[in-house]
Design a protein around this ligand. Structure first.
Ligand code: GDP
Ligand code: MG
Length: 308
């Protein structure tokens, strides 16, 4: 490689470049994960119609010529639930709020619940700029119905900016990076330009399986279900992955496996197809279902499953 191929010391650093953290915050189910995926143009964070799907703090990294925005997708703040898992989720959400340069407060168009107010109270205490993102505007007809709603919400806090968006339909998503970058400090990028997440492929594999489970089982999905990766090895250009779906009771095991193993087979098939795409090499996936009693109320078990 010749010297001219690499950024040389002779190139002046771009002093106008911006880089920083934007937390995506809001009550469960407003569409935070969908928004993150739309912004990044690929699936980083799993989405489901069931609230509380996001358990981890996830970084999605968007890099363009003007800025690098590091998005933090938070588990929805919520007050219900006293189990160890709920405490973990709230802690993770609160930490990412204070680390950010700007908070993206996501709400649903024409819906303001007590939990939205609670999130806003947390945000205003931090004194960081808050960008209000009114999501799911695709559901509003005619659009004029938004005006009185926006006027009401506008009285609740001094928002730095307001965006009317649809993460699902990708409406006004492309304008967001420039809008958000205004609130980031001038800084060179923190991550390489081609990196989209700080999460390992192993972690992404478990998220993909968890998403397929959520979509397949819907209402039947046992509350305590989680996924552990037992083996993740490269083999001659292929990935060999063994994963365990942990449930809390043997009755739940039967639900996940389904009649003659059909359910589990379909979950494995769709997960494998998505992994082939995501990891850009063929994946061989083996799935087991095992019972671990009451893990979601057990701090030690949570640690063993990777929730710090
Ligand atoms: P989160 O809990 O805030 O991360 O929400 P998710 O991203 O998991 O989305 C929750 C539900 O809302 C899913 O069923 C999404 O498909 C749906 N959703 C998200 N964004 C939109 C949107 O812009 N329009 C509509 N109509 N639905 C959306
Ligand atoms: Mg989410």
């Amino acid at each position: 490689m010749s010297d001219s191929d690499s950024p040389s010391e002779l190139d002046p650093p771009d002093l106008n470049y911006r880089c920083g953290f934007a937390a995506i915050v809001g009550r469960p189910n407003v569409g935070k994960s969908t928004l993150l995926n739309a912004l990044l143009g690929q699936k980083i964070s799993i989405v489901s119609p069931k609230p509380q799907t996001t358990r981890h703090r996830i970084l999605g990294i968007l890099t363009n010529e003007a800025a690098q925005i590091v998005f933090v997708d938070t588990p929805g703040l919520h007050t219900s639930g006293k189990r160890a898992m709920n405490r973990h989720m709230n802690r993770a959400a609160l930490t990412s709020l204070s680390d950010a340069d700007v908070n993206l407060f996501v709400i649903e168009a024409l819906r303001w619940l007590d939990d939205d107010q609670r999130v806003l109270d947390e945000l205003t205490q931090r004194g960081l700029p808050i960008v209000l993102l009114v999501n799911k505007v695709d559901q509003v007809h005619p659009k004029e119905r938004l005006l009185p709603f926006l006027e009401e919400i506008g009285k609740k806090a001094a928002f730095a900016d307001v965006g009317l968006i649809s993460g699902l339909k990708r409406k006004h998503i492309d304008e967001l990076p420039a809008l958000i970058a205004k609130y980031l400090p001038q800084s060179p990028p923190h991550f390489p330009a081609d990196q989209v997440t700080d999460r390992s492929e192993q972690f992404q594999a478990s998220e993909i399986i968890r998403e397929k489970l959520t979509w397949r089982l819907r209402q039947e999905l046992p509350y305590g279900v989680t996924v552990g990766i037992e083996r993740f090895v490269e083999d001659d250009g292929r990935l060999l992955i063994n994963a365990v779906i942990w449930v809390e009771r043997s009755g739940q095991k039967a639900i996940v496996i389904g009649n003659a193993g059909e359910q589990l087979k379909e979950i494995g098939r769709s997960a494998r197809l998505e992994m082939n795409e995501a990891f850009r090499r063929p994946v061989h996936l083996e799935l087991w279902v095992k019972v671990k009693e009451n893990w979601s109320d057990n701090d030690l078990a949570l640690k063993q499953l990777g929730y710090e």
